[in-house]
Design a protein around this ligand. Structure first.
Ligand SMILES: Nc1ncnc2c1ncn2[C@@H]1O[C@H](COP(=O)(O)OP(=O)(O)O)[C@@H](O)[C@H]1O
Ligand SMILES: [Mg+2]
Length: 357
């Protein structure tokens, strides 16, 4: 495979609003044709960063390069970039077709070209049957597709989407996540999506950046971020994690009750320092047969059936919070457990991630 090409380079970009630092020295490369997610809790600077990419805000510091060229002085309408607003901002008195063709008419393209491009994008977004309707005659998901069609028809190099699924209910969100991914693949345009929903970015993104307080904590594939979180915050923010606090030792963490948790200790962590060992719910096994390190006993408190798997809360002496453990329905069939049962649990040292506390 050829090296991925960088479309957009964000180079030590900061943005201050008076005394608030909304974006704090972020450097990131966004590649041609990728689906990139900016993820972080509310107020971490996602929208501000996106608005700088679109040209609606100017960085206080740093540079933004598109194809290697600084676009600081390029106004929003001259950038090959389109920002899709969270509110969709459709024209209520215009039909779907008119909403979608509006931007091309402003560019004064020939009528024939407008017609063929609008037809094509209405087909891609499955809006042909609704072309003559007004926005108020559409469902939330359909309105969202109109907003997308309107942005895509202009063929930007980069489409920026700020919490595009935020207004949709849970079921529709799930369907639209896959729909957006399909669309991105089909049109071959680079997407940068902002979300505060970690599951959403795991599902959709080729790569994702995790932000907190205006700073970049980690940028990688969803798989790498999930399996190798950069720090405790990322480990906690992405998915579910069980934490055991204690002190670092050369080969793991010694829990508050004296139990040794084996795992790879980061080089920066000196023995004796406050540390936390963590393990994902699906990595914990009940009644492990082959393990020597990393086992404990616990009491099953809650048992919840989720179709493919079973989620258990297990009280252990290792942490004040019960462990969350996920086992497959198959495993549960082989050896059923009930709430109140005493169980043995264990996990491999290779599945332990250790962070400074
Ligand atoms: N125009 C503005 N003036 C002053 N402060 C702002 C402005 N825009 C954003 N902020 C502040 O910058 C921080 C980041 O905001 P924002 O980028 O909207 O975060 P997010 O989109 O991640 O929720 C917040 O503390 C917010 O209050
Ligand atoms: Mg925002």
């Amino acid at each position: 495979m050829s090296e991925p090409r960088t479309l957009l380079a964000i180079d030590h970009v900061s943005k201050n609003f008076g005394r608030v630092t909304a974006v704090d020295g972020i450097s990131l490369d966004i590649r041609e044709n990728e689906f990139f997610a900016l993820l972080g809790p509310s107020g971490c600077g996602k929208t501000t960063l996106l608005r700088m990419l679109a040209g609606f805000e100017t960085p206080s510091d740093g540079r933004i390069l598109l194809d290697g060229k600084d676009i600081a002085r390029t106004p929003p309408n001259k950038r090959p970039v389109n920002l899709m607003f969270q509110s969709y901002a459709l024209f209520p008195h215009m039909s779907v077709r008119a909403n979608v063709s509006y931007g091309l008419e402003m560019e004064r393209l020939p009528a024939k070209e407008i017609r063929s491009r609008v037809d094509a994008i209405l087909a891609t977004t499955e809006l042909v049957p609704f072309a003559d309707r007004k926005p108020e005659q559409l469902s939330g998901g359909q309105k969202q597709r109109v907003a997308l069609a309107r942005a895509l028809v202009k063929r930007p190099r980069l489409l920026l989407l700020d919490e595009p699924l935020g207004a949709l209910d849970k079921k529709l969100r799930g369907a639209m996540q896959l729909e957006l991914k399909r669309l991105q693949h089909e049109v071959g345009i680079t997407f940068v999506i902002v979300t505060h929903d970690q599951e959403e970015s795991l599902v959709m993104a080729d790569r994702m950046a995790v932000l907190k307080d205006g700073k970049l904590l980690q940028c990688d594939t969803p798989h790498a971020v999930y399996e190798h979180p950069a720090d405790r915050f990322v480990a906690d923010f992405i998915g579910v994690m069980n934490f055991i606090t204690g002190k670092a030792s050369p080969d793991g963490v010694v829990a508050a009750n004296g139990t040794r948790i084996a795992g790879k200790v980061p080089a920066a962590l000196t023995p004796g320092a406050s540390a936390v060992a963590s393990v994902r719910p699906e990595r914990i096994r009940l009644f492990p047969e082959t393990l020597t390190a990393n086992r404990t006993t616990g009491t099953v408190e809650v048992l919840a059936y989720h179709g493919l798997d079973l989620q258990l809360h297990i009280r252990t002496p290792l942490s004040p919070k019960p462990f969350l453990v996920r086992i497959t329905a198959d495993a549960a069939d082989r050896r059923p457990v009930e709430s109140g049962d005493q169980v043995e649990l264990g996990w491999d040292a290779a599945d332990v991630r250790i962070f400074a506390e």
